[in-house]
Ligand binder design. Structure first.
Ligand code: DP6
Length: 360
């Protein structure tokens, strides 16, 4: 697929006012996307678990407008108007207008809410941008008069990527690859694809408990962090390592080798943060409690037979990943040892999910 193939033929139909609602989940990367080229093309392939409970619900209402000059829209979060969300959506619309030209012909009301607290430090851009991309795809489907959803999912992922890279991995589940990898046929830099190979039962219903360590605003946004991978002294090696780690995961998913899984996932998390600490300017997003938790996880693994491991995104929060059968053991461990390191004792229990759903 090339970018050109996502440019639609002239629409067959015209539609009046209406609305559509989608819910779309967050995802957690196992091999991380960190560094990008022009047009949201990733510097390396990544793979993620789609989550189930952490999601954004977006209702997009549309009505035809007079002049197709500018974009016209307003955004609401939990019923409250959010002018500060507009620039990111304006940028998104500019990036996608050639692929969904109808967006200049309508006024949009975007009403969104999250199942997780907005200030939790959980990235809402993946779930938010994917939900919005899906809503736009539903409008386009009406305009095309398509009965069959040819390429619907692929184009939704393609659009979501232009909103926020990691959002392209939220459309489907339960494991999604984004970025061209030589061992994964049909993998693409343009959109996420479902992981195509065998996955051992050990990974079915994998659990993700998110420990909320720091709910404050991040000092450095992901977008700025990605930019710092240009001219980064270790960038080349890092991008190569991501390819190798993804290749290694293929056999790990097949055999269910949880020890090897832990090695890759934890190394990826720490490498991501190592890239931040070694960029110029350098920055640290981990907090003392992030490290306390990591050390306790390692001690816990030594004491028990547990296959609990951690991963991090671009923040201080810790994602605990573990097999479903360890739910009781790990939840005791969280309550006894880890909750003390969470801000206001807060954490969110989630698990692998299967992607976005259309509500109405
Ligand atoms: C650390 O997708 O938020 O979570 O494309 O600039 O919107 P933009 O970045 P974003 O970056 C996410 C980075 C990450 C790793 C990952 O999810 O792969």
């Amino acid at each position: 697929m090339t970018e050109q193939e996502f440019i639609p033929k002239p629409y067959k139909k015209t539609i009046e006012s209406g609305s559509v609602t989608w819910e779309s989940p967050s995802n957690i990367a196992l091999v991380k996307y960190w560094g990008k080229k022009e047009n949201q093309i990733p510097a390396n392939p990544s793979i993620s678990f789609t989550l189930s409970g952490c999601k954004t619900i977006t209702r997009l209402s549309y009505s035809p407008k007079e002049s197709p000059d500018d974009f016209s829209f307003e955004v609401f979060l939990e019923g409250e108007i959010k002018p500060d969300f507009k620039p990111k959506i304006e940028t998104f619309f500019k990036r996608i207008v050639q692929y969904v030209p109808f967006i200049k012909d309508y006024h949009f009301k975007i009403e969104t809410s999250n199942t997780f607290p907005h200030s939790s430090g959980i990235a809402s851009s993946a779930s938010g941008m994917s939900a919005l991309a899906l809503c736009l795809m539903s409008v386009e489907k009406e305009l095309k008069g398509d009965k069959f959803e040819t390429c619907f999912t692929q184009k939704a992922s393609f659009l979501a990527r232009l909103g926020s890279g990691s959002a392209c991995r939220s459309i489907e589940g339960d494991l999604v690859v984004w970025g061209t990898h030589q061992e994964i046929e049909n993998s693409s830099d343009l959109f996420g694809v479902k992981y195509p190979f065998e996955v051992h039962n050990n990974f079915k219903n994998y659990q993700d408990t998110i420990l909320l360590v720091d709910k404050g605003e991040k000092q450095v946004s992901s977008t700025v962090g990605h930019g710092l991978m240009h001219n980064h002294p270790f960038a080349g090696e890092r991008f190569k390592q991501a390819h190798e780690n993804l290749a290694a995961l293929i056999n790990i998913f097949k055999t269910g080798n949880l020890e090897a899984f832990i090695d890759i996932v934890e190394s990826e998390a720490l490498t991501l943060h190592a890239m931040m600490m070694t960029s110029m300017p350098y920055f640290v997003l981990m907090k003392p409690n992030t490290l306390e938790i990591i050390n306790k996880i390692w001690a816990f693994r030594k004491e028990t037979d547990s296959k609990l491991c951690f991963t991090l995104d671009a923040g201080a929060n810790v994602h605990l990943l573990y097999p479903e059968k360890e739910t009781v053991l790990v939840s005791e461990f969280i309550k006894n040892e880890l909750v003390a390191h969470c801000q206001n004792g807060q954490y969110i229990c989630d698990q692998i999910g299967f992607g976005a759903n259309k509500i109405v």
